[in-house]
Design a protein around this ligand. Structure first.
Ligand code: SF4
Ligand code: SF4
Length: 392
């Protein structure tokens, strides 16, 4: 199949809830507005359908892509004659094993999606090295095998806030192609959110997903991607250019697109221009949520001169400014996931409880993201609260 021409068009289709017929209609409409599924994949192609599985949570919590949206995209592909494999490497800090995949699929209700649509769930936990010589910050990636073996990748992501990257939608979703514990290496290497965004663009350019569908029916606000709260946006987004799709999503949740590292990287490389992203379908203005709650790590307005000033301050004061992770001992069950994911080896679990050595901590919040018990709290010191207040 020919490479897709770059197209910063983003389709919006209203979707008020997770009723199967309504979701099916919205997904089909969004894809049709872009030219139809045949523009992105061909019959008989093997397609990896890449959801946001994280560790697999009940759909109502809005951590994972909702199963009705995954099913709607799977049905569209199956009807087109594609062989569909649903696959992801769920969450950093999680061993990429068949048992963990099985548990995650069941909790996210993707097992039922596969039974209902004829898609296959991936249990192959091997991965391979993929070279990408043009990469600006990464020249090769370890990638899970089903993504390498697929003829095409279709991403079906969840609209959420993110403590580290501010927002996760289309572009960040592809980070799940990095196998299990290898993800934490990236947090060690790319300790600035904008450098991390450059890596995400290299990854997307390397793997070139054909189509993006975002479940923004019920999003997550607050301290996402794991510990935030559901919030309705009521729309399905679709497009082929991940940073363009994220640009529209950022505006719906009250963020300036260029303050998202991956969008800024894509714009810096000339892949998109946020000012000229075109929308089709429903009017984006109908879905803007002005009081969408940002993550507690969020600092507004990091663009232009103000961005340089605030970046200098936040980097200069580093650990003073950033919220500190702390373990709520009564809630911690000692599962050790935070210890395994921490790129700085700042967490140790002894006598069934985790403890964090803040002198080693780089505030990447991987431990917060991975803890399904909500046993990691974030708080600022008095000086940090003062800085945050001054920076708005
Ligand atoms: S803090 Fe959370 S992830 Fe870490 S050991 Fe305790 S329960 Fe597990
Ligand atoms: S303890 Fe600090 S460095 Fe380790 S995962 Fe948590 S936030 Fe990241």
């Amino acid at each position: 199949m020919q490479p897709l021409e770059r197209d910063a068009t983003v389709a919006l289709a209203r979707c008020g809830g997770y009723d199967r017929d309504e979701v099916d209609a919205a997904v089909r409409r969004a894809v049709d507005l872009l030219g139809g599924i045949g523009r992105f994949v061909s019959p008989e192609q093997k397609v990896l359908l890449k959801p946001n599985l994280l560790q697999g949570q009940e759909p109502e919590r809005c951590v994972t892509t909702h199963p009705t949206v995954v099913a709607a995209v799977a049905r569209l592909l199956v009807e087109h004659g594609c062989q569909v494999i649903i696959g992801d490497s769920p969450g950093a800090g999680i061993v990429y094993s068949e048992a963990n995949l099985r548990r995650a699929y069941t909790r996210a209700r993707y097992t039922a999606v596969a039974e209902e649509t004829g898609a296959t769930l991936n249990y192959d936990t091997s991965y391979q090295t993929v070279s990408y010589p043009p990469g600006e910050v990464m020249k090769q990636f370890s990638i899970i095998t089903p993504a390498i073996e697929a003829d095409a990748i279709v991403v079906v992501s969840k609209a959420k806030t993110h403590m580290w990257t501010r927002m996760t939608g289309a572009t960040k979703n592809l980070f799940g192609l990095i196998p299990g514990l290898e993800k934490s290496v990236f947090h060690f290497r790319f300790q600035d959110e904008y450098a991390f965004g450059e890596m995400l663009i290299d990854l997307n350019e390397c793997m070139k997903p054909r189509l993006q569908v975002v479940d923004a029916v019920m999003a997550m606000e607050g301290d996402g991607p794991q510990a935030g709260s559901p919030r309705k946006i009521g729309v399905i987004l679709a497009g082929s250019e991940p940073a363009a799709v994220d640009t529209v999503l950022a505006r719906l949740i009250g963020m300036e697109p260029l303050e998202i590292g991956s969008i800024r990287s894509a714009a810096g490389r000339g892949l998109i221009d946020p000012a000229t992203v075109r929308t089709v379908g429903d009017d984006p203005a109908e879905f803007v949520v002005p009081d969408f709650q940002k993550p507690s790590t969020y600092t507004r307005g990091r663009t232009g001169v103000w961005r340089r000033v605030t970046t200098a301050i936040t980097q200069g004061f580093g650990k003073t400014y950033a919220p500190r992770p702390g373990v709520i001992r009564e809630v911690c069950i000692g599962c050790g996931k935070c210890e395994r994911i921490c790129p700085m080896h700042a967490v140790t679990v002894t006598e069934g409880r985790a403890a964090i050595d803040l002198s080693r901590c780089i505030r990447c919040y991987c431990c917060h993201e991975i803890c399904t018990e909500h046993a990691i709290a974030l708080s600022r010191s008095l000086a940090g609260r003062l800085l945050a207040h001054l920076l708005g």
